[in-house]
Ligand binder design. Structure first.
Ligand SMILES: [Zn+2]
Length: 106
């Protein structure tokens, strides 16, 4: 079950992958209800225990989505101050924003 709240039965399709590696990804996705979300995934390797997996979803306006889908190098600077949904080992939380870059290289 997706933690997003644009509609009652969210179903996401990838629209543009901005970054993708084995430990991190940034993807513009669109729900079946047409809402756009920015999806970020990051895995912190932890040699002392289980890996720490974190996912963020940020709802995008149509204008924001259009920019991210068409720009050569999309500016993600607005993400840290845009209310987001974060999912990690502690569950689903509402947060004030999400990172605007991947951590620790690729
Ligand atoms: Zn939806």
């Amino acid at each position: 079950m997706l933690p997003i709240d644009c509609c009652t039965q969210p179903a996401l399709s990838k629209r543009r992958v901005l970054h993708d590696s084995s430990h991190a990804s940034e993807t513009v996705v669109q729900c079946a209800c047409e809402a756009y979300w920015f999806h970020r995934f990051h895995e912190w390797s932890n040699f002392d225990g289980p890996d720490d997996l974190t996912t963020w979803y940020t709802r995008l306006t149509a204008a924001e989505a259009e920019r991210l889908l068409t720009a050569d190098k999309p500016d993600l600077g607005f993400l840290p101050t845009k209310p987001s949904i974060m999912v990690d080992a502690n569950g689903v939380q509402r947060v004030d924003g999400q990172p605007d870059r991947t951590y620790g290289g690729t």
